[in-house]
Design a protein. Structure first.
Length: 307
């Protein structure tokens, strides 16, 4: 389709150029026949000037019409440099992604982007004064650096070597403190130190802070996820738990605390009930307690007849 359009455009330009040349020639011919003179020039020269000028006016008129009618034409005439710069920028991004993918495939990935860099997280009271929250966040980050150096350097990463009292870190702590104070109140903020990007063997440790607000996400008994199951079948519990975790994440629960767990006897009872049942059912996951963002995500399974 694009090839046909391209050939059509070329044919149109050729025909248009021929029409302009023909009209210019006819106008020049009429000027020559009437022996008109411009600026005291001989009629032959005058006809040439008139023919060329008339052709230029036609070309200008057609160009302006194209510019008025087509956004693509305006872009090609006036924004081609900007467009080329955007293309170059996108090509550079693609190249960087390809290089990172190649590194992931060919080198030892020690810790993935946005994955926990420490085994613990911290809870910060949002009702404190902003300077107090700032200092608490700074302490959390400082402890995370020490713990990351202790855990990850023996595994092949290089120590975190940026000074913690520079303007870059101060800005980072201010942003985190402001978010906790303004967005999380009256609930607490949960601070997770995570890898700032993919960390490969030999990389310096890079840490960023992910923050969630410890709001209540589900009340006890509230449905979180479900799947349709026929009676007498064996349900795919792994798939159902994955849906449950995704639903919790969509509600604002951090991925680090959204792994569901429940009572094994509840699971066994539901599986036994389903194995003896006939017809269509829904296997429902409900909150086993009031669930906040900090967790835990306690669940209960229930078998219900499908509507």
């Amino acid at each position: 389709m694009e090839t046909i359009l391209g050939v059509s455009r070329i044919a149109f330009i050729v025909v248009l150029a021929g029409a302009i040349a023909f009209i210019g020639d006819r106008v020049g011919h009429q000027v020559g026949r009437r022996r008109l003179s411009l600026f005291g020039l001989r009629p032959k020269h005058t006809s040439t000037i008139v023919a060329v000028g008339f052709g230029m006016l036609i070309a200008l008129g057609v160009t302006l019409a194209f510019l008025a009618a087509s956004h693509y034409a305006r872009t090609a005439f006036f924004r081609l440099g900007e467009l080329n710069a955007q293309v170059a920028s996108l090509q550079k991004q693609v190249q960087e992604r390809e290089q990172e993918l190649a590194r992931t495939q060919n080198e030892n990935l020690i810790q993935g982007n946005q994955q926990p860099i420490t085994p613990t997280y911290a809870v910060v009271n949002s009702n404190q004064a902003l300077p107090h929250i700032h200092e608490e966040v700074k302490t959390i980050f400082t402890n995370a650096v020490k713990e990351a150096d202790r855990v990850w350097v023996p595994l092949g990463l290089r120590p975190y070597d940026k000074p913690l009292d520079d303007t870059e870190h101060d800005h980072k702590f201010n942003e985190a403190a402001s978010f906790i104070r303004k967005s999380c109140a009256p609930t607490a903020g949960i601070v997770f130190p995570v890898a700032a990007h993919n960390l490969f063997r030999g990389d310096k440790i890079a840490i960023s802070l992910n923050i969630a607000c410890n709001r209540q996400l589900f009340t006890k008994g509230q449905e979180i996820a479900s799947i349709n199951v026929p009676g007498g079948s064996v349900p795919n519990i792994g798939y159902l738990l994955a849906l449950t975790q995704q639903a919790a994440t969509d509600h604002g629960m951090p991925a680090y605390t959204s792994e569901p767990f429940g009572n094994p006897s509840n699971l066994q009872a539901v599986q036994h009930e389903l194995s003896r049942a006939h017809g269509k059912y829904r296997l429902v996951v409900r909150a086993g307690a009031n669930v906040r963002a900090i967790g835990p995500l306690v669940i209960e399974l229930q078998l219900k007849g499908a509507n």
